[in-house]
Design a protein around this ligand. Structure first.
Ligand code: GLN
Length: 602
């Protein structure tokens, strides 16, 4: 197993996660099985109880792990399935060590940060790195470890010390450190400044880790003279300095890194045995980045949420919309609308805000009401559902969005006055959305219905079923405590809101579709977590196509885009296979050992 530790210097928030994922993307295209571990040095056990305002969205894994949104980057970039243990927090490590102490595993000893915590970190990393993360079940060969925060943070110290020891434990040729730093370019002179990078590299070295690669983030491109300077002052060769300025899209990052010789460096440093690459290397990825830059026609989507002050709170939904837009050939113009601003109360207290919010909603081509929690802004979401229903506006409700659509329908179509979810109004006369019986009340962490669950389509006559390729059943990820109340289902369906997808026990309503509407669908699951750049999530693709008036044609043609788009959008897997084929080395052998005779030597 080879390990690449990615650390951060100067400040956080410069794209360390994307850079770490990009290492994985590049290596994956070389035919290497890659996994990743994200370390968050906070004391929480997981991200489940975070406010989206502080950390952005909570990302949900297949096994129900509630983790940092960076794990989403890895899953999307590498098309892998990670597990809850791929996210390490200080809380998890201490919980593990303390339970061993109670069990008597350290009898007679004083349990300390060094060696017990640092040992536990190393053991965890070594063990989890072995877990297969791809469908073929193959053991990974390279593990990318991203250490959250910046070097010098008190919380991160035990982890840095653990990796200082780890480099000797696994041997030099199996471990390298990539340090992501910032090169500020003050407006006054525009001149790139290397001092902060020098200081953070010195700090890293002082803690016993030497950077093998220094990745310099900057606003504008950085010239060779600055590379030279960093090389001189930070005691690395010029080819160990990689510069990454602000790019048109995150998909350019792996390409920029590759163009600066990252593969050659890692191949030599970690003895990866990567052969020569063909001129088609990462071509689909290049095509993807090019296509994003050349999208001209726009589609206006409104996202009606509650945490709209921080766009990171809806990262996966935004990405899923983007993936669908790329596939459909449209540029996404996404407007975040604070749902509370759509409410009558805002009209009285702050009319300009109210009118602005409604203006954006009315101007949109399609609307998403994403997941969420609590009472605030729920009425605004219900208003958005009503407006979409009455105006034949394409609508996708996710989790709380489905619940809002059900409440709206019960109130305004069936006529159940004040119908509500018991999450918002526990004493409602018409509880159309209720607490699930198995939900463990009283505890907040990890008590929801979480992770991958099946949904079975119970009809053939469904837009969603067609979008999902007419499969009988699908599997998507969940994160909720409330569900549609079974006793109201018949009335809702008779009035036109059909629940066309159920869980295996037929207890949970998973997908709702409104009869006679161009696209009014809602899911209890979160389809956004399984969307990939080259494999958009079907409900999102449906929304975008409906928003640009192309859904009918798409469904009529058996869910095919126009021939040109189709040829552009083959699956990523094919792309990787092509790269693998072309990876055949000059002597005719291949890393994969299974190169077909069609492989080209280039
Ligand atoms: N608050 C709702 C529930 O717990 C919806 C959750 C969500 O949207 N993720 O069921």
């Amino acid at each position: 197993m080879k390990y690449i530790l990615v650390t951060g210097g100067v400040i956080s928030g410069v794209g360390k996660g994307v850079i770490a994922s990009s290492f994985g993307t590049i290596l994956k295209h070389c035919g290497i099985h890659v996994t990743s571990i994200k370390i968050d040095p906070y004391i929480n056990i997981d991200a489940g109880t975070f406010s989206p305002y502080e950390h952005g969205e909570v990302y949900v894994l297949e096994d129900g792990g509630e983790v940092d949104l960076d794990l989403g980057n890895y899953e999307r970039f590498l098309d892998v399935t990670l597990h809850r243990d791929n996210n390490i927090t200080t809380g998890k490590i201490y919980q593990h060590v303390i339970s061993k102490e109670r069990h008597g595993d350290y009898l007679g000893k004083t349990v300390q940060v060094v060696p017990h915590i640092t040992d536990a970190i190393q053991e965890w990393v070594e063990k989890i790195a072995q877990n297969p993360v791809t469908e073929d079940g193959e053991q990974p060969e390279v593990c990318i470890i991203e250490l959250g925060g910046t070097i010098g943070d008190i919380e991160g110290m035990p982890f840095v010390e653990a990796f200082r020891q780890f480099q000797f434990r696994v041997k030099k040729e199996n471990f390298c450190c990539a340090h992501v730093s910032l090169i500020p370019q003050p407006r006054s002179t525009g001149e790139p400044k290397t001092k902060p990078t020098q200081s953070s590299v010195r700090e890293l070295r002082g803690l016993g880790l030497s950077p093998d690669l220094i990745l310099c983030r900057s606003e504008a491109p950085i010239g060779p003279s600055i590379k030279e300077k960093i090389s001189n002052f930070c005691h690395v060769a010029p080819e160990q300095v990689i510069t990454i300025h602000d790019l048109s899209s995150i998909y350019r990052v792996p390409l920029v890194m590759e163009s600066q010789g990252v593969i050659e460096f890692l191949n030599c440093r970690l003895q990866l045995n990567i052969g020569p690459r063909s001129r088609y290397f990462m071509r689909k990825w290049t095509d993807l980045a090019d296509r994003i830059e050349h999208l001209r026609k726009e589609v206006n989507i409104a996202l009606v949420g509650k945490y709209t002050r921080l766009e990171d709170a809806y990262t996966s939904v935004s990405k899923a919309l983007q993936h669908a837009c790329i596939e459909a050939g449209y540029k996404l113009n996404l407007k975040f609308i604070e749902s509370i601003n759509l409410e009558e109360n805002t009209k009285i207290k702050n009319p300009p805000l109210y009118h602005e919010a409604w203006h954006h909603l009315c101007k949109s081509d399609g609307v998403v009401v994403p997941g969420g929690f609590g009472k605030r802004g729920f009425e605004g979401k219900i208003e958005a559902c009503r407006w979409c229903r009455l105006n034949d506006k394409p609508f996708l409700g996710i989790c709380l969005g489905l619940q809002a659509a059900v409440v709206e329908f019960a109130r305004n179509v069936i006529g159940l006055e004040n119908a509500n979810s018991t999450e918002t109004d526990p004493a409602t006369a018409h509880p159309v959305v209720i607490d699930m019986p198995e939900h463990n009340q009283g505890q907040m962490g990890g008590t929801m219905r979480l992770g991958k669950r099946p949904t079975r389509f119970i009809t053939t006559n469904s837009v969603m079923k067609q979008l999902y390729g007419n499969k009988d059943h699908i599997e998507e990820r969940h994160r909720h405590r409330y569900e549609v109340n079974p006793i109201y289902i018949k009335d809702l369906e008779v009035a036109g809101l059909k629940f066309i997808g159920h869980d295996d026990e037929k207890l949970r309503m998973e997908i709702a579709e409104l009869e006679g509407h161009s696209y009014y669908v809602a899911t209890q699951f979160h389809p956004e977590y399984l969307s990939r750049p080259l494999k958009p999530s079907p409900p999102f693709l449906g929304l975008i196509l409906a928003s640009v008036g192309r859904l009918k044609q798409f469904l009529a043609s058996g869910c095919r885009l126009s021939p040109k788009q189709l040829s552009d959008n083959d699956s990523d897997t094919e792309n990787i296979c092509e790269d693998m084929k072309n990876l055949q080395t000059v002597d005719g052998s291949s890393r994969s050992g299974s190169t077909t005779s069609g492989g080209t030597n280039e």
